[in-house]
Design a binder for this molecule. Structure first.
Ligand code: AVI
Length: 322
């Protein structure tokens, strides 16, 4: 027990000091930024689930529609005896319908940072799909150790499943590196099934990230409350406004917190000065054309095979192979 505790405490401390380092670094620059991964504490994750339900945020709904309309075709494209690998699987909800229709699936290998959510999902999948083998991996999917056990599982084919347009939150070079990481853990002929939001008119995009129910605003501002709670800062979130806009040239929705008046904030003893009108850049959500994403897939080590879209061409699910 002692050994277990001593290995947990330093890990938590390590996470806190990494968070503090990232926050001070991000707020200390000429242009203030915060890494978007810190939007997802417990409340932030719940708020993101709420975003997925709001009318203006079409991404989740549209992706689910594409899946349900094309499930058999997707399963046929993947082929028999596939092992499905899902980095950042969360509650593993999206994969379940696919696992149910795959021909003789070899099993499911979900990776997620939250053990509680992961093991709960594993129990649900085993209950709903009796006989399905599940190898849950707790950890950060960008780290090599969570991929190691794959080598011990034999299958005809491995397929990485990465839905939700999560790739859009990675900078272009980081997105390429992530695809390279996926490809490095696959063999020739193995697959990638990945969802991306598509380039479209800016009004629809901007509404999705500034919804009329103000859930995205709460989600964005929650990062300040998290810094207060975990790093002993004194942000007043009423002194910041939520702003998101589509950057045509960069093909991405940028999310910012705009400072409403000159003031200073203390973060773990360091003073950070804010000027009226200056912003903290909290997230980018890249939008792709089919062509643009095919090029990215090629750079990341994949050959694009096919894709499925909704009738309004808002969103795409791509299948690619190593
Ligand atoms: C998780 N990710 C794909 C979302 C997106 O659309 O970029 C995060 C999000 N941010 C604001 N609304 C949703």
């Amino acid at each position: 027990m002692k050994a277990a505790l001593s290995s947990i405490v330093p890990e938590q401390q390590q996470q806190d000091s990494e968070f503090l380092k990232d926050v001070l670094e991000g707020l200390g620059g000429k242009i203030k930024t915060l890494p978007c991964k810190y939007l997802y504490d417990e409340l932030g994750s719940r708020l993101f689930e709420d975003i997925c339900e709001v009318e203006d945020y079409y991404l989740t709904r549209t992706e689910a529609d594409i899946f349900s309309k094309n499930l058999k075709d997707i399963a046929f494209t993947i082929g028999p005896e596939a092992l499905m690998i899902e980095p950042g699987a969360g509650n593993c909800e999206k994969v379940e319908a696919l696992l149910a229709v795959l021909e003789s699936p070899k099993g499911y290998y979900p990776i997620d940072i939250s053990s509680e959510i992961l093991f709960q999902a594993e129990r649900r999948i085993k209950r709903n799909l009796p006989g399905m083998q599940v190898w849950s991996q707790v950890g950060d999917f960008t780290q090599p150790d969570v991929w190691d056990k794959l080598a011990r599982i034999s299958s005809r084919k491995r397929v990485v499943f990465f839905p939700g347009s999560t790739i859009g939150n990675f900078e272009l070079d980081k997105a390429e590196q992530l695809l390279e990481l996926f490809a490095a853990n696959l063999g020739v002929g193995d697959g990638l099934l990945i969802g991306t939001d598509l380039v479209k008119d800016s009004v629809r995009l901007e509404r999705a990230y500034h919804d009329s129910e103000h859930v995205t605003e709460k989600f964005n501002k929650n990062i300040l409350n998290r810094i207060n709670a975990e790093l002993g800062a004194d942000f007043d979130h009423t002194l910041f406004a939520h702003r998101s806009f589509y950057h045509q040239l960069r093909q991405r929705v940028e999310m910012h917190l705009v400072c409403l008046k000159n003031h200073s904030v203390s973060v773990a003893g360091s003073q950070v000065d804010f000027l009226e009108g200056e912003t903290i850049h909290t997230e980018n959500s890249h939008k792709y054309s089919i062509n643009g994403f095919s090029k990215l897939l090629s750079k990341g080590g994949f050959a694009p095979i096919c894709h499925w879209k909704d009738s309004a061409k808002s969103y795409a699910i791509h299948y690619a192979q190593v």
